[in-house]
Design a protein around this ligand. Structure first.
Ligand SMILES: NC(=O)c1ccc[n+]([C@@H]2O[C@H](COP(=O)([O-])OP(=O)(O)OC[C@H]3O[C@@H](n4cnc5c(N)ncnc54)[C@H](O)[C@@H]3O)[C@@H](O)[C@H]2O)c1
Length: 360
């Protein structure tokens, strides 16, 4: 890697800083011990900052991220002291929408049999990737409330789907499948009930699919898919879905991996991989766990792996995943995945083993 890569780091709230600490240490390891030309840039954003001076996601920061950074690592945002989550939306949507990171990629891979909670299923049965549309749908904030607080109150959130937005996400799924040897793609929608918006998804899916003859395209209504994922997860290799359904299905998928502490994600502008991308554990700030040394840092480790792949170090993604597999096997892990260690002790183990991996 020649040109220096600027990596923004937003630890965020709750357990965010506890897990991102290890993420940062791993990046420092590659910078200091492996010669990776990285500049790490920690951003003071989140609930504390918002409560201190009202700042959410300043324009200068947004501009530097957009124009100079190669990647951003985000912990989690959300704090009970700010019930309306305004600052968190500004930051998260500032990144996802502001950088046009339209593909939220969530690998659902179980790293050990014992993490799979489904009867008669093993880790072999859980290996899918969910492509969630990340810039449209009901998350765009179009809507409003009328006669708020009265018995006649009306609350509306519009589900916004554009041909361009739907098509590029579906295409990103097919391109990924082609590049990674996945033979089938499922699309989850609700075109029977959402006759306009999701008819667009249905039509667009099969139109794009006709350009990828080697990949089998299958459609399922999202409710049926939720059942099918539990009954037979191994039939799914790659799933494309709108923002809301992708959000829900991927948290369901996280349960097959051992829970939210194991689920990693990338937010990409998939058609131009050289653009800045954002990487984050799927979980939130988990306020009840914060400050208790209980947070599982593996979702962050796996997200850092995806980040390293994005900046041209794909072997390191594999190395970090193997380390997590071994940690689970040897019970060097937190209680949510059957261990007895704290976040810090697990982090020390990971860093120690990462160093040894290069000594051998
Ligand atoms: N991208 C984000 O920043 C993001 C995502 C989801 C939720 N949130 C925010 O986080 C806050 C809490 O939300 P929530 O409770 O619905 O979801 P959450 O993911 O924070 O926590 C749900 C439960 O999952 C478990 N869990 C999550 N992460 C874990 C980890 N690393 N190790 C061990 N167990 C873990 C805990 O039992 C936790 O109580 C809210 O403010 C929400 O808006 C932020």
């Amino acid at each position: 890697m020649h040109r220096q890569k600027l990596i923004g780091i937003i630890p965020g709230d709750g357990i965010g800083p506890e897990v991102v600490r290890l993420g940062r240490q791993i990046l420092e390891f590659y910078r200091d011990k492996r010669g990776a030309n990285l500049q790490l840039w920690e951003l003071d954003l989140g609930a504390d900052r918002f409560l201190r001076d009202g700042v959410t996601y300043p324009e200068e920061t947004a501009a530097r991220v957009k124009n100079e950074a190669s990647a951003v690592l985000l912990g989690a945002l959300g704090d009970p002291r700010v019930p309306d989550n305004r600052y968190a939306r500004d930051i998260l949507f500032g990144l996802r929408f502001g950088l046009d990171l339209y593909a939220n990629v969530r690998p659902i891979r179980a790293l050990a049999d014992r993490l799979v909670p489904l009867r008669d299923r093993s880790a072999r049965d859980v290996n899918m990737v969910i492509f969630r549309e990340n810039t449209e749908g009901i998350y765009v904030g179009v809507g409003g409330q009328v006669r708020r607080g009265t018995p006649d109150e009306i609350a509306i959130n519009e589900d916004v789907n554009t041909r361009r937005g739907v098509e590029r996400l579906i295409r990103a799924g097919f391109e990924y499948a082609r590049a990674n040897g996945r033979k089938s793609i499922h699309m989850a929608d609700k075109s029977n009930a959402m006759r306009d918006a999701h008819e667009l998804w249905y039509r667009c899916f099969f139109e794009v699919a006709s350009e990828y003859k080697e990949i089998t395209a299958k459609h399922m209504y999202v409710d049926a898919m939720a059942t099918a994922m539990v009954q037979n997860p191994s039939q799914f290799e790659l799933v494309v879905a709108c923002n809301l359904f992708g959000d829900i299905l991927s948290d369901l998928g996280a349960a097959f991996q051992g829970g939210l502490g194991m689920a990693a994600s990338a937010n990409l502008h998939a058609s131009e991989p050289s653009r800045v991308a954002m990487f984050e554990p799927v979980h939130g700030s988990a306020p009840p766990l914060a400050g208790r040394d209980l947070a599982n840092p593996f979702a962050t480790v796996l997200s850092v792996g995806m980040l390293l792949s994005h900046i041209g170090m794909p072997d390191e993604e594999k190395r970090l995943e193997s380390l997590v597999v071994r940690a689970i096997e040897e019970k060097k892990c937190t209680p949510d995945v059957g261990g007895t260690m704290g976040t810090r002790a697990v982090s020390e183990w990971v860093l120690g083993e990462l160093g040894h991996a290069f000594d051998r």
